[in-house]
Design a protein around this ligand. Structure first.
Ligand SMILES: [Zn+2]
Length: 273
């Protein structure tokens, strides 16, 4: 669960105060000088979207795309995910975080091979544990606008063999590529992510809870997802002394997602207008 290790340094932490690269639909919109509220800014963006005949388009179901950015840099992680801000028909807002991940299933030692069923089960369990922790939280901007976080994971098994390798190079659209090593049931292996390379190494036990002394046992995959959206470890002080004391936090040794874990997303919304 350390993982970030050497990757965490002053520049990574400075990246927490990150700015979105560029949000579409900014033409003719407010500058920082005449910024009013997010809600107001959002309405102006909606007006701009209406004027743009070939804008980002509308979804079925009536929700409207307000702003989007592909390949968002978050906490120093380049191309961590894509973001889309939607306005729902009832006037509420939703921020969709899309992350595509390639899973490369690696057989373990002593004949510990992945079966097709085990792979499928791991993918399902992974989605479930990540969504249970991270999906559906409310982000409240400084201006009081509430936005519901919606996480969408697109997980594919990496194609193997020569032809598969060629297809992967032609494709190459995933945000993250993760090796999943088959280990013994109940075993332990140190999992980690390498933010600078958009890579990770997990194992077959990472979707199961492990008691680390916090109120709730921690599921490794849910903690590692925090790194994949740009967050540092908290138990080693990388996120400051206050977070270092918060043992129940998901970036510490527990499972609780805190407001600070969504600050990068909140800032992205606040910087749109
Ligand atoms: Zn960690």
């Amino acid at each position: 669960m350390f993982g970030i290790g050497n990757e965490i340094n002053a520049s990574t932490l400075a990246g927490l105060a990150w700015q979105p690269e560029a949000a579409p639909l900014r033409d003719g919109l407010a500058t920082a000088a005449d910024r009013t509220s997010v809600a107001d800014g959002v309405s102006r963006m909606l007006a701009a979207a209406d004027r743009a005949s070939a804008g980002p388009g509308r979804e079925t179901g009536g929700r409207e795309l307000v702003a989007s950015e592909d390949s968002v840099t978050a906490g120093g992680v380049r191309d961590a995910y894509d973001l889309q801000l939607y306005r729902n028909p009832d006037g509420t807002y939703a921020l969709e975080l899309d992350m595509s991940i390639d899973f490369n299933f690696v057989d373990g030692e002593d004949g510990l091979d992945w079966t097709a069923d085990e792979k499928q089960q791991f993918i399902e369990d992974y989605k479930q544990v990540v969504l249970e922790s991270w999906d559906g939280h409310a982000i409240t901007t400084d201006d009081g606008q509430e936005v519901e976080l919606s996480i969408n994971l697109d997980i594919n098994e990496r194609r193997s063999g020569l032809f598969g390798g060629v297809l992967e190079r032609l494709d190459g659209q995933e945000n993250w590529s993760v090796d999943i090593i088959r280990i013994e049931d109940g075993g332990f292996s140190q999992s980690y992510v390498i933010p600078s390379q958009n890579k990770g190494v997990f194992d077959s036990e990472d979707v199961k809870p492990v008691n680390k002394g916090a109120t709730d046992p921690q599921v490794g995959a849910a903690h590692e997802f925090g790194h994949m959206i740009g967050l540092p470890d908290e138990y080693n002080g990388s996120a400051g002394p206050e977070a270092a004391k918060d043992t129940d936090s998901i970036m510490h040794t527990g499972m609780d997602v805190r407001e600070r874990h969504l600050d990068l997303l909140e800032t992205w919304i606040e910087n749109l207008d």
